[in-house]
Design a protein around this ligand. Structure first.
Ligand code: SAM
Length: 264
């Protein structure tokens, strides 16, 4: 997979040399290229921003500079390799594991990191009308100073889903926000007793069926307590009789193909 990041702070992306993403780059699983937007400026001061039309605070990133950069970095629409332009913005759709899964299936992703008050709105409009796929994505309901941290978040999230990046692919299966639609169960390691706190006995039993059941119960209970919104949209067909019994104890029932609390 090829990923290009365009930014005025290329050094911000140095963290992508570390850990699993860095390893994936060195192994040739991820061809990641970071570009300085200022390389596409045409003036002595390498200007990328200007004052907003209509007045108001702050500066806006110029469309001509971004246009030249994206023309060079995005594959031609209709080319053999298809590209997907991702524009991080707090005004975008909220980035989830589903977006990460979809991006991990792409051949070429380009991330355009804004700064200041953001990128002139015509850049996205132009990319769409030129036939590129464009996603404006937010990493959450707060405002960062720039898109670099958001790009790091997204690359880390989809990069670890590329085949071969995470050593044991089974560890992706039961994770929070994975196919099960639940949060993951709590995890423990050695020592079995620490600061007066014991690892649940079942995990030391070696009894795999009991361990699986315990983990599934904890995942259901944790999701009910912390993210009831996830239970409300869970596919009820994915639940077995034991799941339904645990959920009933927690005050959840199936009603018209969906889970709801008894109090609702
Ligand atoms: N004026 C913009 C607004 O209110 O929607 C905010 C601009 S923000 C200061 C500068 C840049 O940071 C944005 O262009 C975007 O690249 C990035 N950014 C800020 N918050 C973000 C978020 N929650 N998710 C993704 N990118 C974000």
């Amino acid at each position: 997979m090829r990923v290009d990041v365009v930014t005025i702070f290329p050094d911000y992306l140095a963290a992508l040399d570390l850990s699993l993403v860095g390893k994936a780059r060195r192994a040739g699983l991820l061809d990641l290229r970071v570009h300085d937007l200022r390389d596409w400026t045409a003036d002595r001061h390498r200007t990328v921003d200007d004052t907003p039309f209509g007045g108001g605070a702050g500066m806006v990133m110029r469309p001509d500079v971004w246009g030249r950069a994206l023309d060079d970095v995005l594959p031609e629409p209709g080319a053999d390799v298809t590209g997907h332009l991702v524009v991080p913005t707090p005004a975008g759709e909220v980035f989830t594991q589903r977006h990460a899964e979809a991006l991990a299936r792409e051949e070429h992703v380009v991330l355009a990191c804004g700064r200041y008050e953001g990128i002139d709105a015509r850049v996205v409009e132009h990319a769409r009308s030129a036939g590129h796929r464009v996603s404006e994505l937010s990493i959450g309901d707060y405002v960062l100073n720039g898109g670099e941290v958001a790009a790091l978040v997204m690359i880390e999230a989809f990069g670890r889903l590329l085949p071969g990046v995470v050593g044991n692919p089974h560890s992706l299966v039961e994770e929070s926000h994975g196919a099960a639609g639940l949060l993951e169960y709590p995890v423990y390691t050695k020592p079995p007793s620490w600061e007066g706190l014991e690892v649940p006995e079942v995990l030391l039993s070696g009894h795999h069926a009991r361990i699986d059941r315990w983990r599934r119960d904890r995942a259901l209970a944790r999701t009910a307590a912390r993210r009831p919104d996830m239970l409300r949209v869970l596919e009820v067909d994915s639940l077995d009789a034991a799941d339904l019994a645990v959920l009933a104890e927690l005050g959840w029932v199936v009603d018209d193909g969906r889970l709801r609390t008894v109090a609702e």
